[in-house]
Design a protein around this ligand. Structure first.
Ligand SMILES: Cc1cc2nc3c(=O)[nH]c(=O)nc-3n(C[C@H](O)[C@H](O)[C@H](O)COP(=O)(O)O)c2cc1C
Length: 357
């Protein structure tokens, strides 16, 4: 039998299979208040065949928002709406972690409270543009956080974790990948600070470690994961010695007793899975461009404990069933990935419906 369909331990949980749904921003919340739309519980419950669902990135505080119509987890209304998602997923017997995502400088004043500048470790403008309510606009030079403000950001991650658990999530994943705030601290190109949060690799890792300490205190390490994407070089991230950076970071994670480390690779020049998996004591999730065959090869070789699927899960709500039956997969409609309504969101057919048609 394929290892994909065998149970696996992840922190305090036993997951029913090793087909994990990747965190995916879908921009289907009210832009004004960050409350998810009524169709969101259906979307997640359709995908509850996953051993674990990791939610789309959710901002812990309003200044962490980086994309139009993305959801938050700070207000009572946001928490209440998320309860409908966790109830729906639990009713179908799966588990769901919330991904907490603070975008830092990958934002725009038009999405910030009071049109403020986005925040970052250093006042360095990222290259490129972002989609705003009034179309494409250049990223701006962000506000450099003071030490007191860094402590405030960390306390917002803590509160967000408390609220995620209150909303019924089984745990949280810290988004430390893709060039958002935690990786902006970690990488030497976006962090030029002269204080305890900048300079050496150890100092640049300090922000992530302090955020983890705070969220672990709230949830317990066995309900917390971290996502990283070494050398993805997305959102203007540059690091002078990425291998040493990730080596040191992952070594320091083990004190937290984390449930998982989620490593998504996108064309990295070295095999980070081989480098990092042996150093991490929790459950190792591999992601980035996997299909059923490559996932099975990785599991059989012991290169991953479980495997994460993004776009394939987005377009195939019953992905594990299709894998088990060697069935064909739906093809993606990329125009509906971000924003919009039910189309391209909750109308991808399940295999049975396709066969009946
Ligand atoms: C529509 C879309 C939205 C995404 N949003 C997020 C996100 O909010 N947080 C995150 O960590 N990764 C995000 N990702 C990346 C996925 O989690 C995953 O790492 C990536 O898609 C690679 O897996 P795949 O090749 O199986 O799709 C997104 C990917 C897609 C396709």
């Amino acid at each position: 039998m394929s290892k994909l369909f065998t149970p696996v331990r992840l922190g305090r949980y036993e997951l029913s299979n090793r087909v994990i749904m990747a965190p995916m921003t879908r921009s289907r919340a009210n832009d004004s208040d960050g409350v998810i739309n009524d169709i969101v519980p259906t979307y997640y419950s359709q995908r509850a065949g996953a051993g674990l669902i990791i939610s789309e990135g959710v901002y812990p505080s309003a200044n962490g928002k980086g994309y139009v119509s993305t959801p938050g987890i700070e207000t009572d209304a946001q928490v209440e709406a998320w309860k409908r998602v966790t109830d729906a997923v639990h009713a179908r017997g799966s588990r769901i972690f919330m991904q907490i995502m603070h975008c830092g400088r990958i934002s725009h004043p038009s999405m910030q409270p009071g049109n403020a500048l986005p925040v970052a470790p250093s006042a360095i403008q990222p290259p490129g543009q972002t989609w705003t309510a009034t179309g494409q606009q250049d990223f701006v030079t962000p506000h450099e956080l003071t030490v007191a403000e860094i402590h405030e950001v960390i306390s917002r991650y803590r509160t967000a974790t408390r609220r995620a658990i209150e909303a019924g999530f089984d745990g949280v994943e810290l988004h430390g990948a893709s060039g958002y705030l935690p990786e902006q601290f970690l990488a030497s190109g976006s962090n030029k600070r002269k204080d305890e949060y900048g300079g050496s690799t150890a100092n640049r890792a300090q922000f992530i470690l302090e955020v983890l300490a705070a969220i672990v205190e709230e949830a317990g390490g066995d309900r917390v994961g971290l996502k990283i994407s070494p050398e993805m070089n997305f959102n203007g991230i540059v690091d002078e010695s990425p291998q040493a950076t990730y080596w040191e970071l992952v070594d320091k994670l083990n004190v937290f007793g984390l449930a998982h480390l989620h490593v998504a690779l996108f064309g990295a020049p070295i095999d980070y899975h081989a480098l990092l998996k042996p150093r991490f004591k929790g459950t190792y999730l591999m992601g980035g461009g996997l299909d059923q065959t490559s996932a099975e090869v990785a599991l059989d070789a012991g290169r991953a404990d479980a495997t994460v699927f993004g776009a394939a899960f987005l377009v195939n709500p019953d992905l594990p069933v299709r894998f088990a039956k060697d069935a064909p997969l739906n093809s993606p409609d990329k125009a509906t990935f971000y924003g919009g309504d039910a189309k391209g969101y909750i109308d991808y057919p399940e295999l049975e419906a396709t066969q009946a048609a």
